[in-house]
Write a protein that binds this ligand. Sequence first.
Ligand code: DGL
Length: 264
Amino acid sequence: MDNRPIGIFDSGLGGLTALSALRTLMPEENLVYFADTARNPYGTRTPEQLRRMAGENLAFLARFGVKAVIAACGTMSTNALDVLGESKIPVVNVLEPSVAAMAAVKSPGPLAVIATDASIRSGGYTRALQRACPGRKVTALACQEFVHLCETGHTAPDDPLVREAVSRCLTPLSAAKPAALLLGCTHFGLMADAIRSCLGADVTLVSAAICAARACRSLLEATGLTGGSGEEVLYTSGSLQEFEEKAEHFLHRPVKAFYSSAGE
Ligand code: DGL
């Protein structure tokens, strides 16, 4: 029994898709969530900035005595994998478990990944998918503008802004005809219904955030680190009220957040 919390961080609301999946899988765990909203979006930043910020976010969560961290961010996982891996605290990234889940997709045909500009630019997802799924064509597409839509509360499939952006950005996928699509940015899980209604039910959607939550559970179970009393503390480096409102909308329950920047 280990009551120490699990830390989760992202540039904003996207990592809540990992928090919510982890809550379902491990309701008893104590969680500390850090939404680095003030520095959102991460996907337009350079690898150098992202590596420094990954270290800052880990240091912030370490102050809570966390037993493990989920880097619930594809942009950090592709650009700062080595920084995450060097941490003394075990860190689960979203890249490795989600690529493993894509490799397990049985339906034949090409694979695709959508993620932020910086994730796609890094080539991290493409390289890992090609290595894990030899012989399958991989299409990688940056959909950075989805992050802003999510952060401003536009996620519903019937929202005209969402419908327009999803159908325009995903146009290249109608030619690629993927059997499975990896949502390589954790924000995109918030728009999963809109993405599904654009692509149709035949495409298997793999959520990087849910894969990371599962990997975190496996890690804690394998190392005997499970335990807690279901507590949850959320921090944002941005506006408290805005974060609370949007987090409540997604999580369907009251949310109390606190302010902190990663560096404080
Ligand atoms: N949710 C993050 C990701 O998975 C970051 C999105 C952003 O801030 O651009 O990449």
